[in-house]
Design a protein around this ligand. Structure first.
Ligand code: PMP
Length: 349
């Protein structure tokens, strides 16, 4: 029996999301935080608490967590919907509204992968030479395709820059569909969040995640939007999508955000140091970043990727997404120094 023949055509031609799990000393490939957001002592208390009710399903509404998130963001809990990572919310949004789904490229690959896996039409509009939105082309695509959903990752993964505020706003105003501003990397950005725009624009959804600030293992993502959108997307959410341990640990982290904010500050300063030092290395072009990673161009990216890994430093090879580029996540000062030392060595050979 040929299993492939049984698979839906839109899945047959799909390639699974590729995340490497290679042994290394410095893991700088997945835009994670090098610091857990909770100490092991704090985690132990929350875990102990959660272990007492392992026989019960988790809170389907994640009330405590949503209340804490709402307070921190100065919105109401009914404006927030929780996901098993923001990945899941991308899927729920596409399942709810359908396509066409429009996004710029290069960007986070899951927008396209999920649209295709759900059998929805999708369209990609190339970014301009500064990796900003090509507003004329984008507005043109909106006119021609009338997308139900637009995904804008700002700061953008993998390029690192934020898109121009005015261009995003224009897209929100001109779209007859939903515009999702994916702010996964907003905590590291010097630019304004779009959360204050929610009051004015009913078609706006903001995506956030706790994965980049020290809780990637928990898979806690959430969206902030108009209550009407929350209620519709909530219909496709699986009832117990966020497990009790994740809910409790995330709530514990949110009840005192000072350590998270201090870590974010440290990561931003390390990203700035990485940028300064990378600019000094001949043969490397690092691109400006508002996120916790830096995209850089190098003569032979496959070789440099391989050689860095041989020396114990894992970065992301962006082949097929931004050809000739690698992406490095800001790690601890020690990991970053190691990366810079190895890169300098390789580039002066
Ligand atoms: N959006 C963007 C732009 C991302 O880069 C990522 C993580 N790679 C996600 C969403 C998904 O994050 P998570 O599912 O861990 O919340």
């Amino acid at each position: 029996m040929n299993i492939k023949e049984l698979v839906k055509p839109n899945i047959r031609s799909l390639r699974a999301y590729h995340a490497e799990d290679l042994p290394c000393r410095a893991k700088l490939d997945a835009n994670e935080s090098p610091y857990p957001a909770l100490s092991s002592q704090q985690s132990a208390v929350s875990v102990k608490n959660a272990l007492q009710s392992l026989n019960r399903y988790p809170d389907p509404q994640a009330i405590s967590l949503r209340k804490l998130l709402a307070t921190g963001l100065k919105v109401k809990p009914q404006n927030i919907l929780h996901g098993n990572g923001s990945d899941e919310l991308i899927q729920s949004l596409i399942a709810t509204f359908g396509g066409p789904v429009l996004y710029p490229v290069p960007t986070f690959s899951m927008y396209g992968i999920i649209a295709q896996s759900l059998g929805e039409r999708r369209g990609a509009v190339p970014l301009d030479e500064k990796f900003d939105l090509d507003i004329d082309k984008f507005l043109d695509a909106i006119k021609k395709r009338n997308p139900k959903l637009i995904f804008l990752s700002s700061p953008n993964n993998p390029t690192g820059n934020s898109f121009s505020y005015d261009r995003i706003l224009k897209i929100i105003k001109r779209s007859n569909g939903i515009v999702v501003v994916d702010e996964a990397y907003q905590p590291f950005s010097s630019k304004k969040s779009f959360i204050p725009m929610l009051k004015k624009h009913k078609n706006l959804v903001i995506l956030r995640t706790m994965s980049k600030t020290g809780l990637a293992a928990l898979r806690v993502g959430f969206m902030i939007t108009h209550e009407d959108i929350v209620n519709e997307v909530n219909k496709v959410r699986l009832p117990f999508n966020l497990n009790s341990l994740s809910q409790k640990l995330a709530a514990a982290a949110l009840s005192d955000e000072k350590p998270i904010l201090a870590n974010v500050k440290g990561i931003i300063s390390e990203r700035k140091r990485l940028m300064r030092e990378m600019k000094k290395i001949k043969g490397i072009i690092p691109y400006p970043s508002d996120a916790n990673f830096i995209l850089f161009k190098v003569e032979d990216s496959d070789i440099i990727h391989r050689m860095l890994l041989k020396k114990g430093v894992l970065v992301r090879n962006m082949r097929g997404v931004v050809d000739g580029c690698l992406r490095v996540t800001a790690g601890t000062p020690g990991e970053n120094s190691e990366f810079l030392r190895m890169l300098k060595q390789l580039m002066t050979k």
